[in-house]
Design a protein around this ligand. Structure first.
Ligand code: CP
Ligand code: NVA
Length: 310
């Protein structure tokens, strides 16, 4: 159904800088008092739909909705919900009369936009080909824990600069006032529209965004260095991608150009020896397990904020 007042989280810039800050403060509170926030008691049910594989997203939403006092309804969308070719519009109108929110991992961004346009309850993007905004909330929470702030810090993401993580670092990092640098070769650089949107946000938050092809220039002095798989779900041409992106591997040599206390992020799953070496992933600068845990806290805060907003 329609509800003009309902808020969705389909891309990182669906939260204003002040709202993102609010959610991250709440996420820290959720982590400190993990079992003390039960706004979904009743219970409210949250549907969590998957069209692609998932470990972290599946576990963190399932556990988190339960900890909020709610009921998780986890569904593999392709095989059950929409397996008879039913339009997204119809699924939205069936779900929104019974659940408090809809969380969806799918392929095209236009699918989740259609879901949101037809849903009277909040719709949350649990990864599309274009964006992974819940991951960025967890990453920003991790940076705040490690470095005390986000504004003014430089975050360098090297690798596939055109994927969902790159887009979300651009939008979400700019929203958080960060200086976001993408290091990617020609053919893997960010979409001009996303880059321009991120630049416009950065102009209001004191951050900045830039895309460069030199991986050393990208990480030079950065306080945060981030990697992601070179082959995202649904992509093919694996061999070409590994060859093209090898100079962008996050290894000890590349990391030596970053700030001495740089925090290393990877949303996982990690492919050791491709986008990141095992020694860096398991090394003292790596925050990847905190990052994975923070999916839980950040998403609990986001769901609470979206569903119980006055
Ligand atoms: N980082 C992340 O979203 O992990 P999953 O794909 O396992 O959910
Ligand atoms: N870019 C990756 C992220 C996985 C969490 C993918 O879309 O497969």
């Amino acid at each position: 159904g329609n509800n003009a007042d309902v808020r969705h989280f389909l891309r990182d810039d669906d939260l204003s800088p002040a709202e993102q800050e609010e959610v991250l403060v709440l996420a820290a509170e959720m982590k400190k008092d993990r079992f003390g926030h039960r706004p979904f008691e009743g219970p409210k049910t949250v549907a969590v739909l998957f069209d692609k594989p998932s470990a972290r997203t599946r576990v963190s939403f399932h556990v988190g909705i339960g900890e909020l006092g709610g009921l998780p309804l986890i569904v593999d969308g392709v095989s059950t919900l929409m397996g008879r070719g039913e339009p997204v519009e119809d699924i939205a109108r069936v779900l929104d009369r019974q659940v408090a929110a809809i969380v969806w991992r799918t392929s095209g961004q236009e699918l989740i936009e259609t879901m949101a346009a037809n849903s009277a309850v909040p719709v949350v993007n649990a990864l599309t080909d274009e964006f992974h905004p819940c991951q960025i909330l967890a990453d920003l929470q991790t940076v705040r824990e490690r470095l005390g702030r986000t504004a003014g810090l430089t975050l360098a993401y090297v690798g596939d600069g055109a994927n969902n993580m790159a887009n979300s670092y651009l939008l979400g990092g700019a929203t958080a006032g960060m200086h976001v640098r993408i290091g990617a070769p020609v053919g893997y650089q960010p979409d001009a529209v996303v880059l321009a949107r991120a630049a416009a946000i950065a102009a209001t938050t004191g951050g900045s965004v830039v895309s460069v092809s030199d991986p050393v220039a990208a990480v030079q002095g950065a306080q945060v260095v981030a990697a992601d798989t070179w082959v995202s779900m649904g992509q093919d041409g694996k061999d070409d991608r590994v060859r093209d992106l090898m100079p962008y591997q996050v290894n000890a040599e590349l990391l030596a150009h970053a700030d001495g206390d740089a925090v290393v992020l990877h949303c996982l799953p990690a492919y050791r020896g491709n986008e990141i070496t095992a020694d860096v992933l398991e090394g003292p600068r790596s925050a990847v397990w905190d990052q994975a845990e923070n999916r839980l806290h950040a998403q609990k805060a986001l769901l609470h904020w979206l569903v119980t907003r006055p």
